[in-house]
Design a protein around this ligand. Structure first.
Ligand code: PA5
Length: 426
């Protein structure tokens, strides 16, 4: 077991003592034990193996011919799954489309380049009623039906939703569509390591057990530290980020993994952080970034802008491939400068240069380091950020697991659509 490492010595508030962490931590653990949200104990209590066994016969009929996987879902029903796929899917995996928007032109373009006969559609909605997801499902089903006929079209569908409630669950029963259960108390943005993310991972050929194992190891270590009266890194960081916000007005959190494969992690984190913590007139605004790309975008602001940010880096210490640069063209200084090194060395230099810029200018940051990017470390990383976010919610004394703003948006959209239909009729 090699755990991800969290370095916090460039934060500007002192390390969290066990006593300081106690109130939030105790409440968090008590709520997790009472199943307030099942994300925390999920790695130890995951029903993934049973779910796969239950659905295996019907999935087997759907899987062999798949070269395109269309994931329908929005927010927490999409971003965690996409993060896993973009980080770990092997090059030979099917093509994955994450349709988390209802842009008609985009949907059209995706379907134009897709063969219906070799497409698997995974519709994910916890509530089973989200309009964006259901309307995409309607359109894609029409497309499948047109090309394949009604009976075959249904064989290209797999669903993931609440075990009992919602329209998608009802449709699953009527059409006999294999359907994964999202535990009732597992909120969308905390569900990456449930079937929302694991089924796409399975289709891609990613080690699902490894993802769960990583999260499990992180949880074991977390609980062990608490039992030894130590402050786990996720708790220390949550507490200190909240202190930066409450005491120093640093109300912006930038997440900047130095990895193209983790670009989507920043978007997933943005949703997790914003939707969990933005409540009761409190919250820290997340900004997604990617290194080294955004050194040429956001770094100037991080260095010289207002003192309202804390930056989080994610570092992969060992990339899978070592790419050597050997320039044999005309003698030009700028080309010679990067010849004789590896791209890996350049990435490392860029990463450390950015951190140095922040250190030189007394801008606070933390770094999460992964020895390598694989199923185990990604499982740990996702779980770490989930715990970090939930505990930050407890430190802020808000409920990190609800999302009344999102629900209001859904309700008002439904009302507008009803009004729109009424106008069409009259
Ligand atoms: O994290 C959340 O709870 C939300 O972002 C939901 O995932 C999002 O609104 C989609 O909801 P549903 O899964 O019910 O379609």
């Amino acid at each position: 077991m090699s755990l991800i490492r969290v370095e916090t010595d460039q934060l500007l508030v002192e390390q969290t003592s066990y006593d300081k962490a106690q109130p939030a931590l105790q409440k968090f653990i008590a709520d997790m034990d009472a199943d307030r949200s099942s994300f925390f104990h999920l790695p130890a209590r995951s029903s993934w193996a049973q779910e796969i066994e239950r659905l295996q016969p019907s999935l087997a009929q759907r899987m062999p011919e798949v070269d395109t996987f269309i994931h329908l879902g929005i927010g927490g029903s999409s971003l965690g799954a996409e993060t896993i796929i973009r980080a770990l899917a092997p090059v030979k995996a099917p093509t994955f489309h994450f349709l988390d928007n209802i842009d008609p032109d985009h949907l059209w373009d995706v379907l134009e380049q897709t063969a219906p006969a070799r497409t698997l559609v995974y519709a994910v909605t916890k509530s089973g009623t989200t309009m964006e997801t259901l309307s995409q499902l309607i359109f894609i089903y029409q497309w499948l039906e047109k090309h394949l006929g009604a009976e075959t079209a249904k064989k290209h569908l797999v669903f993931c939703t609440d075990p009992d409630k919602g329209a998608l669950r009802q449709l699953a029963g009527q059409w006999n569509v294999p359907t994964f259960d999202i535990p009732t108390n597992l909120g969308g943005r905390f569900s990456a390591l449930g079937p929302v993310g694991l089924f796409p991972a399975l289709v891609a050929g990613i080690d699902c057990k490894g993802l769960l194992r990583g999260a499990y190891e992180y949880r074991e270590n977390f609980l062990k530290q608490i039992s030894e009266k130590q402050v786990p890194a996720a708790v220390d960081l949550a507490y200190r980020l909240v202190q930066h916000y409450l005491r120093h007005d640093r109300n912006i959190t930038v997440l900047m993994p130095y990895s193209q494969k983790l670009k989507c992690l920043s978007s997933w984190f943005t949703q997790l952080w914003a939707e969990s913590l933005g409540k009761g007139e409190k919250g820290m605004t997340p900004i997604p970034a990617t290194g080294a790309t955004d050194q040429h975008s956001i770094l100037q602001l991080l260095r010289d802008g207002p003192h309202d940010k804390v930056v989080g880096f994610v570092e992969i210490m060992g990339f899978q491939h070592l790419l050597e640069l050997k320039w044999q063209g005309p003698r030009l200084d700028a080309f010679e400068a990067v010849s004789g090194i590896t791209l890996n060395q350049l990435m490392d230099a860029e990463f450390n240069a950015t951190r140095q810029v922040l250190t030189n200018n007394k801008r606070p940051y933390f770094t999460v380091s992964l020895p390598r990017l694989n199923a185990n470390t990604l499982g740990q990383l996702l779980y770490f950020f989930e715990v970090l976010t939930a505990v930050a919610g407890y430190c802020l004394e808000i409920d990190p697991f609800d999302q009344p703003g999102v629900e209001e948006g859904k309700k008002l959209t439904q009302e507008r659509i009803r009004a729109c239909k009424k106008n069409q009729v009259t």
